[in-house]
Design a protein around this ligand. Structure first.
Ligand SMILES: Nc1ncnc2c1ncn2[C@@H]1O[C@H](COP(=O)(O)OP(=O)(O)OP(=O)(O)O)[C@@H](O)[C@H]1O
Length: 356
């Protein structure tokens, strides 16, 4: 499809305070490159929607600037910013066919009829609902309605796509299917996108980079892999589902000591100089178990065993009482049982050393 002149987005020192003194967005600066998808990830109330609405123009920040391709858009009216917003509760017009719903924005923009028909046909094909063009919204499934909402957002050939919990209203299966579709569509169009979500899985599968927000600030920004493997604070680790946040000691040589055993090879430039009490953050799948005593590994006792289908989930206890959660791909051999003596080994390149 032609017509997608995607833009680079620069947000510079944006702050928004609501009546009553709530600081919803607190001095956020970030850049989204042309064609990139950035997810704003965080719990309810951290300021994600306020930031998104500031980009769309529905919220006016107290200070800072927002620019598309280097041009400030703060004084541009929302409908003239050429950003397209798709909400969780996408309200389709119930009395209009799918085709008319999609074409509504083009009509407002006074796009000539033949051009409008061509563009509507293009997006109908793009989201694979050509056959549904003449139906009314009440005759569509949830996933089909979502596709119409998406088609309606992209048909205006926006410079940026803004998604607010775009798949939040769908059930789990449909949601996963739409996640892949949305990702493929975005990659095909190369449309710069900012997406709000509180679901870390959704942020990982849909975006190129993730900004984890906390109390109106960006606490960490990076690729999904960075954030997943190397959270920089306990808050980010916790919010992105790291199961093991373990009290440990960091010695003079940089070695991390957990339950009296030294774990070699953890490289953490950020906190290289930190000594004394630290928190060791490690995902359950970055720990492996072996039977009995194993040199360089930490002795542990299995306290809980759970079958999760493709994997096993174990809880084990170290000699000092520290508990670990371990996930292992199921093997041919019988799984460990409660009471088994095992050794736990950490994948050092997937451990993060955080402030205690
Ligand atoms: N119009 C408003 N007036 C006053 N306070 C507001 C307004 N809108 C949002 N807030 C407050 O600003 C803070 C950030 O809200 P925001 O909606 O941006 O967060 P969020 O991360 O998107 O949350 P959610 O996921 O629940 O939508 C919250 O404390 C919220 O109560």
């Amino acid at each position: 499809m032609a017509g997608y002149a995607s833009c680079r987005l620069d947000i510079d020192g944006i702050r928004k305070t609501y009546a009553g003194g709530v600081v919803a967005v607190d001095d956020i600066s970030l850049t989204v490159e042309k064609g990139e998808v950035l997810a704003l990830l965080g719990p309810s109330g951290c300021g994600k929607t306020t930031l998104l609405q500031s980009i769309a123009g529905f919220v006016t920040p107290d200070r800072g600037d927002i620019a598309l391709d280097g041009q400030s858009i703060l004084t541009v009216a929302p409908e003239r910013r050429r950003t397209a917003m798709m909400f969780q509760h996408y309200a389709l017009f119930p009395h209009m066919s799918v085709r008319d719903n999609i074409g509504f924005g083009l009509k407002m923009m006074k796009v000539a009829k033949p051009e409008a028909v061509r563009r509507i046909d293009d997006v109908l094909r793009l989201v694979r609902i050509e056959a549904l063009a003449e139906r009314m919204p009440s005759q569509l499934s949830g996933g089909q309605r979502q596709r119409v909402a998406l088609a309606r957002a992209v048909v205006t050939e926006p410079r940026m796509l803004l998604l607010d919990e775009p798949l939040g209203a769908l059930d789990q299966n449909l949601r996963e299917e739409m996640q892949s579709e949305l990702r493929k569509l975005q990659q095909r169009l190369g449309l710069t996108t900012v997406m709000v979500t509180h679901d870390q899985r959704e942020a990982i599968v849909l975006s190129d980079r993730i900004a984890v927000m906390h109390d109106g600030k960006v606490e960490q920004i990076g690729t999904a892999r960075d954030i997943y493997d190397h959270p920089c604070t306990c808050y980010v680790a916790n919010f992105t589902g790291v199961e093991n946040l373990l009290p440990a000691e960091r010695g003079a040589e940089g070695v991390v000591i957990l339950a009296g055993v030294a774990i070699e090879g953890i490289v953490d430039p950020g906190l290289a100089a930190r000594k004394g009490a630290v928190t060791l953050a490690v995902r359950s799948e970055a720990i492996s178990l072996s039977p009995g005593v194993s040199h360089g590994a930490i002795p542990a006792t299995v306290t809980f065993v759970q079958m999760l289908g493709a994997s096993m989930r174990y809880e084990v206890e170290l000699d000092d009482g520290t508990r670990l959660v371990v996930a292992e791909v199921r093997r041919e051999t019988a799984p460990y049982s409660v009471g088994d003596k095992v050794s736990a080994r950490f994948a050092a390149n997937r451990c993060s050393i955080l402030e205690a």
